[in-house]
Design a protein around this ligand. Structure first.
Ligand code: SF4
Ligand code: SF4
Length: 473
């Protein structure tokens, strides 16, 4: 009982007049009662021998209750326990089957969005004069399906996602691939889930018909009202795309009602008006969900978000998250997907060794069938993990997973937000630091601020409307 006690690794937060800890080692949310709260507060002043801690709190709580509380806090590692004996130093690589294959059916696009990672100043793959074909052939797409069905053995519902460039520039291959995948999956007694990302410029009636008939999930890349959409999402002649896409999106939303349709917004320093964008896309246009991501770019670009921009983005995310909370407490839908996705991860106790599924449960396929870390790296020789004909090069994959493991990210190892962040997107890191395994330290404050907000929202919901969280069970 007289061991020296000190704090473990956690983030303490308050919600609904309750006191909580988010425990970094286990990614669990722990509600503190009065005694636990007092113990943590006392230890926040500095480490103490157990007996001294009990003596200091003896006037407020019976000794037995304090002893039980301290034991419980040690058990959940809110109070530090001696570090486990050092192991071999090599992180354990999880065995994860492939669940999602993202097919870049073309690397060409009919828009010339200034900030685009495929065409803009920060591109990785030479899509104009490189060795990759501009369009995926029907044969390569079929081989990709065979590869997915084989590599996802044991997975009840593998996902096939069509991506670009502008995906619908290769609509014939999307069509034939869906038919082929359905047939092959049925032969194996499986089902397969399809989704597609598009800039909406090519959503002709027959395309919409096809998406509806095949229940294909659709995400539209779009930046908001006309003045924001047309700032960067332009045709080659500089003309904005808003007036082209809006009638097509309205028709898609009218017809395609069997699956929620989402918008995916790229935020830049010049288009950072989150509530306005959300209201336009969700309330006025009718998207079910709207997800926001800051543009991936090297820091010198005029549209890059930095310093003050991240502060402003966080403030605006918090405002919109407050609307989300109000809706969740009233069991109403709210389409701000960033907060919903994060509270789902918190509820599931997600503790990530890697920031995302790239290279693990998710792979990208280039137009020639090369496998890449994810769709953003598809076609990059430096990030190749095999090809759909010969399968994953497991030596390359293991090397890559070892290199990218959270244990190797020195700055992240002591960060309380690591269970949800794990260093951030590889593509962002590649663009900022020239190294996919570098932690994205330029946005730590933003990540921790946003994670703290989502934890508070989670705590409020857990106390005031716990039934809401059942959808994530
Ligand atoms: S990148 Fe920053 S916020 Fe993310 S886990 Fe690492 S140190 Fe934490
Ligand atoms: S590496 Fe980045 S772009 Fe690729 S799947 Fe992960 S988060 Fe997404």
């Amino acid at each position: 009982m007289n061991t020296q006690l000190s704090l473990g690794e956690f983030h303490r937060f308050a919600a609904a007049h309750e006191d909580f800890l988010y425990l970094a080692p286990s990614a669990a949310v722990f509600r503190l009662d009065g005694a636990a709260s007092a113990v943590i507060t006392e230890l926040e002043r500095g480490p103490l021998p157990g007996e001294e801690l009990v003596r200091r709190l003896a006037a407020q709580f019976p000794a037995e209750e304090l002893a039980e509380t301290i034991a419980e806090l040690r058990r959940v590692r809110a109070i530090a326990t001696p570090a486990p004996a050092a192991t071999s130093g090599r992180p354990a690589i999880p065995k994860v089957p492939l669940t999602t294959l993202v097919l870049n059916v073309t690397n060409q696009c009919n828009l010339s969005c200034t900030y685009c990672y495929e065409y803009g100043e920060d591109k990785i793959v030479n899509t104009e004069n490189g060795r990759q074909p501009k369009f995926m052939s029907e044969q390569t797409a079929r081989e990709s399906v065979d590869f997915l069905l084989d590599a996802s053995a044991g997975i009840a519902l593998p996902h096939l996602t069509f991506f670009g460039g502008e995906t619908l520039l290769n609509f014939p291959v999307v069509q034939s691939t869906v038919a082929y995948a359905r047939r092959r999956a049925a032969e194996l007694g499986k089902d397969i889930d399809f989704s597609l990302t598009t800039n909406a410029t090519l959503l002709r009636p027959e395309v919409i018909e096809f998406l509806v008939d095949n229940r294909i999930g659709v995400t539209i890349s779009m930046d908001g009202p006309r003045e924001l959409q047309d700032r960067f999402r332009v045709f080659a002649n500089g003309a904005g795309s808003y007036d082209t896409v809006i009638p097509k999106i309205r028709e898609l939303l009218r017809r395609h009602t069997s699956r929620p349709i989402g918008a995916r917004v790229t935020l830049t320093s010049q288009t950072l008006d989150i509530r306005k964008i959300y209201r336009h896309l969700h309330d006025e246009i009718g998207f079910w969900e709207v997800g926001f991501a800051p543009v991936t770019t090297s820091p010198g670009r005029e549209y890059a978000i930095s310093g003050d921009g991240f502060d402003s983005m966080l403030g605006q995310f918090r405002d919109l998250a407050a609307d989300f909370l109000e809706a969740a407490l009233a069991n109403r839908h709210h389409g701000f997907s960033n907060v919903k996705d994060t509270i789902e991860e918190i509820h599931k106790g997600m503790s990530k060794a890697y920031p995302c599924g790239a290279g693990l449960g998710l792979l990208g396929v280039a137009t020639d069938g090369d496998l890449g870390l994810c769709h953003r790296f598809a076609g990059s020789d430096a990030h190749k993990l095999g090809d759909v004909r010969n399968g994953i090069d497991s030596l390359v994959q293991i090397g890559l997973l070892e290199k990218h493991h959270i244990d190797h990210k020195t700055d992240c190892r002591e960060c309380w937000a690591r269970p949800l962040c794990a260093g951030g997107c590889y593509h962002e890191a590649h663009t900022r630091y020239g190294d996919t395994s570098h932690a994205n330290l330029h946005y730590c404050e933003w990540i921790r601020g946003w994670t703290a907000t989502c934890l508070e929202i989670y705590g409020e919901i857990a106390v005031k409307n716990p039934e809401y969280l059942q959808q994530f069970a």
